[in-house]
Design a protein around this ligand. Structure first.
Ligand code: SME
Length: 164
């Protein structure tokens, strides 16, 4: 396995294009899902120097509710549980849509795990039944850091995750 991920390219799209085959190679010989998710978020974090990136899994609680629970991530410590429909992550789960937030302070109900986070993108991943099984959350310390390019390529990352 290669020890380093090299992101090259002049544009953000080119950087994602250089990274995606490396992500696929990174997980090619391993079938443990958590190990692969951990390496995928690490590669994205170091490839793009995101402030925070991580997975929240949809999990059943002891009270038979479902909520988002923190999984593999890179960055500062984060909130461990998020309720359905709450925050950007819970809203992405509820609407089954990718959500881009240019200014987290302007998003009603945004959950601030860090005051340094200024913009955010959350992408849902689906199981075979079409239910959201997890969300990928990426935070930036810059306003309006995410756009349709991030959406397109991070949704490709989600396809990789859905096939793990
Ligand atoms: N801001 C997210 C919570 C997770 S942290 O950013 C890591 C939200 O509003 O759902």
């Amino acid at each position: 396995m290669s020890e380093s991920i090299i992101v090259s390219g002049a544009t953000k799209a080119e950087k994602y294009q250089s990274l995606l085959p490396q992500l696929k190679a990174l997980i090619a010989n391993e079938d443990d899902r958590i190990a692969n998710l951990a390496n995928l978020v690490a590669a994205l974090k170091h490839g793009f120097n995101f402030f925070w990136i991580g997975i929240y899994f949809v999990k059943e609680t002891k009270e038979n509710r479902r909520e988002l629970v923190l999984g593999p991530f890179q960055g500062p410590v984060a909130c461990t549980r998020i309720a359905y429909g709450k925050g950007v992550c819970g809203k992405s789960w509820e609407t089954k849509q990718t959500i881009i937030v240019d200014d987290v302070d302007a998003f009603p109900g945004h959950i601030a795990c860090s005051s340094q986070s200024k913009s955010e993108i959350v992408i849902p991943a689906f199981n075979k039944l079409g239910e959201v099984e997890l969300v990928l959350d990426v935070d930036s310390e810059y306003l309006a850091n995410f756009d349709e390019v991030d959406k397109k390529y991070l949704e490709e990352v989600i396809t990789i995750i859905e096939n793990l």
